[in-house]
Design a binder for this molecule. Structure first.
Ligand SMILES: NC(=O)c1ccc[n+]([C@@H]2O[C@H](COP(=O)([O-])OP(=O)(O)OC[C@H]3O[C@@H](n4cnc5c(N)ncnc54)[C@H](OP(=O)(O)O)[C@@H]3O)[C@@H](O)[C@H]2O)c1
Length: 374
């Protein structure tokens, strides 16, 4: 079993490198900068082999994967750098997982590369990170035995996660727009404005203002679960800590999206480059997340699933390495583009993360609960 990690020199790539060493997984470090890869191999990578590959050179990307069972891709923004890596994975029959949170990129992986991956007998699993392993897995578990669903609703409460520069760059790409919704059994362009809502999260969080979230479950859930609609919301205070401004978040999103198609985008990218690389360990551990999936059956039955945890970036590195281990084990037979819950047993995968402080539960709610309007 050999795993190749591309984008190894970034904040997330370095955490994944440490996790590969901790799990004693044989691996190769890949990226575009030789000096940085050599330094990483010596400092944190246990002297692992390094390979240079560029997203502008498909042959170098195929050579990167030579002799490897799985590629873990942490080179983002993925909408700018991802597709050459996916195409090389299909061409070389290498299983592919990544740390993307970018919904349009995920849809591109499914639509443009999924059929070829199926023919090649390899699995492509984008978003095998904090985005969107908890949400996709708990959505699948909440829906079980209630299908076909009228709607599957996801609610994220995330606090104190201290975004890395890479996450901020990818968020800018997402905020430009191009996101989709899943309604009436099909995908369609998302409206830029969504009316404000509140949702009662399980204690101790309680009632929170929630905003539109262009999450990846909108891409993955309809492909493994029978539902007419998938909706995702996130606590407004995740992005805007002031309660008064948080209430205004739904109105601000279209304005931000329009502004990001102007020179302001370049200004913001330069500002991000001056920020620290990402959160220190202590700050990472103070992050907290609760992801709720509410499955509404056509006959009125409702079931809610909840996943809780902390340390979003630590979660990501553990999830990617556990997934790579499972994919390279004898007997792994999934193929094509898949969501996390289709690529792996969702309950067993969440249980694998228990050692990293992840817990989950399901409860039947009986009659349908609707989000509260302002
Ligand atoms: N959603 C989640 O749960 C989650 C969690 C963690 C990370 N992520 C995502 O993962 C990505 C990486 O995050 P990060 O914090 O590690 O970012 P980062 O510290 O900025 O690292 C980015 C990595 O990507 C590489 N890269 C960027 N553009 C490239 C290109 N055109 N060609 C080749 N390599 C390229 C960089 O290489 P150089 O070092 O050579 O510049 C670096 O290795 C981001 O998209 C982030 O949003 C998502």
């Amino acid at each position: 079993m050999t795993v190749v990690l591309y984008g190894a020199t970034g904040y997330t790539g370095q955490l994944v490198t440490e996790e590969l060493v901790a799990r004693a997984v044989p691996f190769v470090l890949g990226g575009r900068r030789e000096q940085a890869l050599r330094a990483l191999s010596a400092s944190r990578g246990n002297g692992a082999e390094i390979r240079i590959a560029s997203v502008d050179d498909p042959a170098s990307m195929r050579a990167l994967m030579d002799g490897c069972d799985v590629v873990i891709n942490c080179a983002g923004p993925f909408s700018l750098a991802g597709e050459t890596v996916v195409a090389a994975a299909v061409d070389t029959a290498t299983h592919y997982i990544d740390s993307t949170g970018e919904q349009p990129y995920m849809q591109a992986v499914f639509e443009r590369h999924g059929p070829a991956a199926e023919r090649a007998g390899v699995a492509l699993v984008p978003a095998m990170a904090f985005d969107y392993v908890p949400g996709d897995c708990i959505a699948r578990l909440a829906a079980a035995e209630l299908e076909p669903l009228r709607e599957l609703r996801l609610y994220y409460a995330v606090s104190g996660f201290g975004a890395t520069r890479g996450t901020l760059r990818s968020s800018l790409e997402m905020l430009k727009g191009g996101d989709i919704v899943y309604e009436d059994g099909d995908w369609a362009p998302a409206p830029s404005y969504v009316a404000p809502e509140r949702f009662e999260f399980p204690a101790p969080l309680g009632l929170k203002s929630v905003s539109k979230y262009p999450s990846g479950e909108i891409v993955t859930v309809p492909r493994h679960t029978q539902t007419r609609k998938v909706t995702a919301r996130i606590t407004s205070e995740t992005f805007v800590p002031s309660p008064r401004l948080a209430g205004a978040m739904p109105y601000m999103t279209p304005v931000i999206s329009a502004a990001l198609r102007t020179p302001l985008r370049g200004v913001l990218h330069r500002a991000i480059n001056r920020l620290p690389e990402g959160p220190e360990l202590e700050q990472r551990r103070s992050a907290a997340f609760t992801v709720v999936a509410v499955a509404h059956a056509g006959d009125g039955r409702t079931r809610q699933g909840v996943v809780r945890g902390s340390d979003v970036y630590g979660f990501t590195s553990v999830s990617l390495v556990r997934a790579a281990e499972l994919m390279s084990a004898p007997g792994y037979s999934a193929k094509g583009a898949l969501g996390p819950a289709a690529a792996f047993d969702p309950a067993a995968f969440l249980d694998l993360l228990a050692g990293h402080g992840v817990s989950w539960e399901l409860e039947s709610l009986g009659a349908a609960a609707s989000p509260a309007a302002f």
